[in-house]
Design a binder for this molecule. Structure first.
Ligand SMILES: NC(=O)c1ccc[n+]([C@@H]2O[C@H](COP(=O)([O-])OP(=O)(O)OC[C@H]3O[C@@H](n4cnc5c(N)ncnc54)[C@H](O)[C@@H]3O)[C@@H](O)[C@H]2O)c1
Length: 383
């Protein structure tokens, strides 16, 4: 797990010259694991000043600030007290999933721009409330999908948009791990009261974003979903911490069959734990060609190997390999930098909620369908 975060630390791309005459005042809500990557990359922005941090656990924000070179930041016991006391331009919401919505909505209501970690939230209902608060505030809300800034991921979208595949009609996506339930710093990913959803939202949201973004984020119409938790509920899965099995109250595997507007079928599976190395590559089938994207354990950085395009030319089956580009170290920096640029320039959000609400709607549909044991319709109210 540590290697995933290491990939966000330093990048190689030359940083563009920025106007430092006015500093963007940033606050960090939730000073856990991912907040470190936010701070490390804000510190690379000479026009940003991290002035405040908040965490529910007494002393955690203070220790975090000291350990991460932002000793000058004022610390608060929760998001509300920080937002009430400070004049902030922007916040990073780095809390566990269950408090994403309340922190984001409160910040937007205070007129503060928000960079919200993925997944957007837990339920579709929360996502709708977040979008309403964003609309009312007129502020920037960007969702933390750093793979959007990866050159290989961008290539997937470019290939689809080029028309090379023809009309896309079927997508299979997913990925995940044989064993990899995330408990690096405790149980916030595996308890319903903090995470709300397991593998389905944690890493499932990335694979959904990769393909939905490539095909222009069509609206989901119906979902037939399945979730299970055979490994999370087994004490053997947590050597040294058998008690985690009792606390485990989310999914560790999910699968779904989703119908999207425009006639595209999305076949999805994701795993934190299973008796297999991979649940398969991502494939995008079109009427002229097919695209294979090799699987990864977690789509939060880049793709798992070179892209391959399959087509038939003059009666012969031909395969084209698209060389891989290695720039994923800069993805997290770009997520932060482009958010700050949008805050300063008043542009549109780098990863807009108008797209990610569909991602959340699918996750919500899978959870609902898994609970009731049949296909469900996705209805998204007007924002
Ligand atoms: N983009 C990525 O690559 C990436 C990687 C890891 C995690 N994440 C996401 O980041 C989020 C946080 O993950 P993490 O691993 O840092 O979790 P974590 O449990 O280590 O930290 C979350 C912190 O938020 C605090 N918190 C919760 N509600 C709060 C509130 N209302 N006010 C102030 N503090 C509050 C908790 O006390 C906790 O310390 C999750 O949603 C996760 O999905 C993203």
């Amino acid at each position: 797990m540590a290697s995933i975060l290491d990939r966000f630390k330093e990048g190689s791309t030359e940083e563009k010259v920025v106007d430092t005459s006015k500093k963007v005042k940033v606050g960090i809500i939730g000073t856990g694991w991912i907040a470190e990557a936010h701070v490390a990359n804000y510190l690379r922005c000479p026009d940003v000043e991290i002035v405040a941090a908040a965490d529910l656990i007494p002393g955690k924000a203070e220790k975090f600030c000291k350990d991460n070179g932002i000793e000058g930041a004022r610390c608060y016991p929760d998001h509300k007290s920080m937002l009430d006391a400070e004049e902030l331009d922007a916040v990073s919401v780095c809390t566990y999933n269950r408090t994403h919505a309340e922190c984001t909505i409160y910040a937007l209501e205070k007129g503060v721009n928000v960079l919200l970690e993925k997944p957007m939230c837990v339920t579709l209902e929360e996502a709708v409330e977040i979008c309403k608060a964003e609309k009312k505030s007129g502020k920037i809300l960007s969702i933390g999908f750093q793979p959007r800034f990866d050159e290989n991921m961008k290539m997937v979208k470019k290939i689809v948009e080029s028309g090379e595949l023809g009309d896309v009609y079927y997508i299979q996506t997913g990925g995940g791990r044989r064993r990899g339930i995330p408990t690096p710093y405790g149980t916030s990913f595996i308890e319903d009261k903090t995470a709300g959803i397991g593998a389905l939202a944690d890493i499932g949201c990335y694979s959904l974003d990769m393909v939905l973004n490539a095909v222009g984020y069509p609206k989901p119409l119906t979902v037939s979903g399945y979730t299970s938790a055979f490994f999370g509920k087994d004490p053997v899965t947590f050597p040294g911490h058998p008690e985690y099995a009792d606390l485990f109250s989310v999914d560790d595997f999910a699968a779904a069959f989703v119908r999207l507007e425009g006639g595209i079928i999305l076949d999805f599976r994701i795993s934190w734990a299973m008796n297999l190395d991979t649940p398969g590559d991502t494939i995008i089938l079109g009427t002229k060609a097919g695209l294979r994207i090799p699987s990864t354990e977690c789509w939060n950085g880049s793709i798992g190997g070179p892209l391959k395009i399959y087509r038939t030319i003059a009666g012969s089956d031909v395969e084209t390999i698209v060389p891989e580009r290695d720039n994923h170290e800069d993805n997290f920096y770009n997520k932060i930098r482009l958010f700050i640029d949008a805050v300063k320039e008043g542009g549109s959000a780098p990863v807009p909620s108008s797209q990610i609400i569909y991602n959340q709607a699918i996750i919500d549909g899978i959870s609902r369908s898994a609970k009731c044991g049949r296909e469900v319709t996705v209805e998204i109210p007007e924002i």
